[in-house]
Ligand binder design. Structure first.
Ligand code: PHE
Length: 462
């Protein structure tokens, strides 16, 4: 096989790992509550449009840049656009570390809930909302579970591409699909489930506002793991004779399918619980679901509830792996650090950077109540707003400009022709070239500016 660095053993290996990176808390935890909050079907439709118009083209750009340059984001920008652009890659590396620092905290909650439901008495708590509030403010549990999660992530990344990331994803991704489908079948039998389905599938266009479009675009981008170089890094491990177009299409489809299925699970549950969908928020899976699992009876509830939070943890793990691999590959490729010290060093630093986010849900008052953009936020919100809501669209914008204007769509075409001789002149090529040149940068610029103004200055610009 024509590979110049040790990477994925097969196309399936890359697809499983990249889909693993894409499918995560974004799909199962965030997408359903954003959909419920933002009007259901109309949000879903906008989300799908954004996946096609920004997500897929930018993904093709990221992966081909990675495979062409065979290196981490910093080296990739240096090689493709010139040495004065390597800082763009460095911002991605730092952004990835910051995203992982808080993502790991939420992953720790999911993992903690898996343990508490399967082996503890969480389900019989009288008030699940109050329990969640106390849970996230509890320092000991948070410390233990997010540390366990970071260690799991580090162990997989330490084992490298084939033995770690690829084998873990090949096992975990199908498991995730299975658990999700099983739960949906159950959810559809609950009273009032069909009201949830119509809210989810029948778009009500009067619900579309500019902020809805904004959230849908941001969500599509975050969910596909774009904008910080995760897919440049994974792309650098793809064999040269692989068909990148086919792989990128499968990854996009798998990610969208899991988000769609998570909505299909959660919206019937929200309607069946009687809570108004607009009132949903980040606590959705942690407060509504336990009540439903409790109603299933002590044994079934434990099994199904445990399975759900295990699923959420699994999805989060394949994403945290990709977030950690980005800075690690930078140190290994560019700074000639050994894989082991790189993984241990970076994972420890990220864990420490994550501590203030962990303590920002009531454990420490001043971290839990930071005012900006005219509202009170947690420290975790602040890091999320800076590095994912504003940082990722900016990263994606600069990347699409550099690909089109410095690296050039002709080089991108050359790279995508490896493993897919029919690429030049194909309909996919024409679509990707057009959207990446004219549509994606404009939409990304739009999300960047409007998120910046809205989040930090409380101004709605559009
Ligand atoms: N796509 C992941 C999710 O949906 C999050 C992520 C973002 C992972 C950026 C890597 C890079 O949860």
């Amino acid at each position: 096989m024509a590979i110049s660095r040790k990477g994925f053993s097969s196309r399936l290996g890359f697809v499983a790992a990249a889909a693993g990176s894409a499918v995560g808390l974004g799909n199962i935890w965030k997408f359903p509550y954003e959909t419920a909050q933002n009007g259901g079907g109309a949000f879903l439709l906008l989300y799908l449009i954004c996946v096609v118009l920004i997500g897929f083209p930018v993904m093709m750009g990221e992966i081909s840049l990675g495979r062409a340059t065979q290196t981490n984001p910093v080296g990739a920008y240096r090689k493709a656009a010139g040495p004065k652009w390597s800082w763009v890659g460095l911002i991605g590396v730092i952004g990835g570390m910051m995203i992982l620092s808080f993502y790991n905290v939420v992953a720790g909650w999911a993992f903690g809930y898996f343990i508490e439901i399967s082996f503890g008495s969480l389900l019989s708590e009288p008030d699940h909302g109050a329990f969640f509030g106390a849970y996230v403010a509890n320092i000991t549990d948070n410390l233990i579970f997010s540390m366990v999660f970071m260690v799991l992530t580090a162990v997989v990344v330490l084992r490298g591409i084939q033995g770690g990331i690829e084998s873990a994803s090949k096992l975990l991704m199908p498991l995730l699909f299975l658990i999700l489908i099983g739960l949906i079948i159950y959810a559809l039998t609950l009273p009032n489930a069909m009201a949830g389905i119509s809210y989810y599938l029948l778009p009500d266009f009067s619900k579309i506002q500019l902020s809805t479009i904004n959230s849908a675009m941001g969500q599509a981008f975050f969910s596909l793991s774009l904008g910080m170089g995760a897919l440049i890094t994974y792309g650098s491990y793809i064999p040269k004779d692989d068909n990148v177009t086919a792989s990128a299409s499968i990854v996009t489809l798998a990610d969208t399918a899991v988000a769609f299925l998570a909505g299909l699970l959660m919206l019937p549950l929200v309607f069946s619980s009687g809570e108004p969908p607009e009132a949903s928020g980040p606590g959705l899976v942690f407060t509504i679901l336990p009540g439903i699992f409790h109603a299933m009876g002590p044994l079934v509830g434990r099994i199904v509830g445990g399975a759900f939070f295990l699923l959420l943890s699994v999805a989060a793990l394949t994403s945290t792996i990709s977030l950690l691999e980005v800075p690690v590959s930078y140190l290994v490729d560019d700074r000639k650090v050994g894989r082991k010290p790189a993984v241990i060093g970076i994972a420890s630093i990220i864990f420490i950077i994550g501590l203030p986010s962990m303590l920002s849900f009531g454990a420490v008052d001043w971290l839990s109540d930071i005012t900006y953009g005219g509202a009170s936020h947690s420290f975790l919100d602040l890091i999320n707003d800076v590095f994912s809501e504003v940082g990722l669209p900016l990263g994606g914008l600069i990347m699409s400009l550099l690909i089109v204007h410095r690296w050039g769509t002709n080089r991108m075409r050359e790279e995508l022709t490896n493993g897919n001789p029919a690429y030049p002149g194909s309909r996919v090529e024409r679509f990707v070239r057009f959207t990446l040149t004219y549509i994606s940068p404009v939409l990304l610029g739009f999300i960047f500016i409007s998120n910046l103004m809205e989040k930090f200055f409380g101004i709605s610009v559009f």
